[in-house]
Design a protein around this ligand. Structure first.
Ligand code: AHR
Length: 305
């Protein structure tokens, strides 16, 4: 078959000019908007997608795994290029992740972990929650010289952030016979529930003045708890000592006010990192480890006189 002149030109151009890959469409099943940290994280994803020309379809699941499962099924039906899942809880993902695999859509786990077959997702991009709990416990062991009655505010039950922070914290304090958790309850990672649960824990405590520290699995719950402690006539930051996780801007204000002693940083500006990995995979890169670690730092307030 003879090729026409126009046909030749098209062929030559295609052979020598790189053709830009079409921008990816990514479905993002986000936990919700329960904390300042979560809102900052969503913003980081949106800003970064805009910068890269990536189409990001976000579903805010408002703390519901069922809504996230439904969102993933919708992303599959819409034939997105990739799915990013920040799971509410650890369990219950195999079935829907298998559906994504059968549809040929790669899944990336971010932030909290899943207890699914690792073959069902490419990688997890996240901090080490267990280490955050250990850092909190180690700081407190030193500050209290290993003698401390502790109240704990846990995050969402069944979430990796709550399970691992608790586990890490307990693995340190159990080495000190004088340290123990004397009251614990969930504040679901929110300020309002942190305040309500701390109010209940203080009422239930036989001697609130004997409480040496409060450990909250995130800053929002601690900020609510600080209000509850003040309402109960306590002086948070002096007694009880106060330790939480995230390092959001309101926590830095509490550090400066002397009401919060420590906040361990969970980085929220990770949108660029996540989209780089997803787009790298879509461009053919395959050497990602199963866990890409985002490091955590510790911020301490000035000691109070
Ligand atoms: O999964 C991370 C936790 O979820 C953050 O510490 C908390 O603020 C958020 O809601």
């Amino acid at each position: 078959m003879k090729s026409t002149a126009l046909g030749m030109i098209t062929l030559c151009l295609a052979a020598t000019w790189p053709v830009a890959a079409p921008a990816a469409t990514i479905g993002f099943a986000q936990v919700g908007h329960e904390s300042e940290w979560r809102i900052n994280f969503t913003k980081s994803m949106v800003d970064e997608a805009q910068k890269r020309g990536t189409t990001l379809r976000i579903v805010d699941a408002d703390g519901s795994r069922a809504v996230q499962v439904e969102a993933i099924r919708r992303f599959i039906a819409e034939e997105v290029d990739a799915i990013v899942l920040a799971p509410v809880v650890i369990d219950g993902w195999d079935e829907v992740l298998e559906e994504a695999r059968l549809a040929g859509i790669p899944v990336f786990i971010v932030d909290r972990a899943v207890d699914a077959d690792p073959k069902l997702y490419v990688t997890r991009i996240a901090a080490n929650f267990n280490l955050e709990g250990k850092l909190a416990g180690a700081w407190l062991a030193q500050a209290s010289l290993g003698r401390c009655a502790i109240l704990e505010l846990q995050g969402t039950p069944g979430s990796a952030a709550a399970v691992e922070r608790k586990r890490g914290f307990e693995s340190i304090i159990e080495q000190f016979p004088g340290m123990r958790i004397v009251g614990t309850g969930t504040g679901h990672f929110t300020r309002a529930q942190g305040q309500a649960t701390m109010t209940d824990l203080l009422v239930a405590a036989r001697d609130p003045d004997a409480i040496c520290a409060v450990f909250a699995h995130n800053d929002d719950m601690m900020l609510g708890a600080i209000e509850a402690m003040k309402a109960a006539g306590l002086d948070p930051g002096r007694k009880p000592l106060t330790i939480s996780i995230d390092s959001v801007s309101a926590a830095f204000a509490a550090l400066r006010a002397g009401e919060l002693n420590v906040t361990i940083e969970l980085k929220s500006d990770i949108g660029g990192h996540i989209l780089e990995v997803v787009e790298g995979y879509l461009a053919g890169r395959r050497d990602y480890p199963k866990w890409i670690l985002v490091p955590s730092d510790l911020h301490e307030g000035a000691p109070r006189p």
